[in-house]
Design a protein around this ligand. Sequence first.
Ligand code: GN1
Ligand code: MG
Length: 362
Amino acid sequence: MWQKVLPAYGINIKDCSVQLFGNGLINSTWRVTAGGKIFILQRINHQVFKNPQAIAGNIQLLATYLNKHAPGYLFTTPVKTLSNEELVHDTELGYFRMFPFVAGSHTVDVVNSTAEAYEAAKQFGKFTKLLAGFDCTQLQETLPDFHNLSFRYHQFENALAGTTPELIEQSKESIDFIKANYHLTEIFKSIKKSPAFKKRVTHHDTKISNILLDEDNNGLCVIDLDTIMPGYFISDVGDMIRTYVSPVSEEEKDFSKIEIREDYFAAIVEGYLGEMQYELSKEEIDHFVYAGKFMIYMQAIRFLADHLMNNIYYGASYPNHNLYRTNNQITLLKKLIEKEVKLQQQVHSFIQKNVEDKSTAA
Ligand code: GN1
Ligand code: MG
């Protein structure tokens, strides 16, 4: 596939080496070495991202702003083709773009330490903070309704109406759990109406593999910029809670391994709020743990709806894969709810301590 794309960048396919890279569910990624340089080539899933030009446009706007207001900040922009384009379009293969590989950087697929969780949370917080002065309404919605929980709940109801009685019977417990926790959708609806919740430049995919680390494991920058859109902080904090706090991922089938590690939660609080504390309102900070519930619940809904619709979105590599993923997320959500009060207290102690430190320093 890449053979057809690389010549657009002036790369001779006989003089390069290409390997598959990463493990995203939606886009395909390759690492390309050519002419002594390394690049990351990505195919944009056009079924999902219906308007790839919007992604390129958003990245350009952000790059221009950051160049001016935070010139030292590392922000990766696509390599231009020979004809000065940011995207390569092939009628059969779809859309591609390529980024320079950041020298000395690496990514990790799973969070291995609280230090990594801290570094990632700090980078995602810093990204939104640096863009606080940028008018986020200029950005296009690359995926309309992506983290709109009301919309996801409707999708789930439509899936229930369109699926087979057998699948409903088999998924009954999971369906009942989602319905019984509809109040989480109600909270989201009130957030959308509340002036205390602000739309900001939001990454919307804060998994650890979307952070570049240097050789000493310090965070360098955020990558995977496709879902950057206006959004609420609960999306970014929530997906960090969803994916860093448990020692096992959404793919784990032995649910007894799912756990809420308080020290990892604390690392997210310190990393993210260390940057964002003074940007967020009191009401937003009060919803820090809700952020985790929101994202885990929404992911469970998306996996379940996909199971009911025969895995058209996420795919499945074994029978009932998306039902396992759903129940994995439901288990994680239940465990988070058990510790909710204690974790929200951790958030408030962090804020309190910072306020006290500030007043003694003054
Ligand atoms: C998808 O493609 P990937 O793995 O980065 C999905 C996320 C989900 C995630 C679950 C565009 O992300 O929203 O949280 O799978 N991205 C899209 O693993 O749907
Ligand atoms: Mg992604």
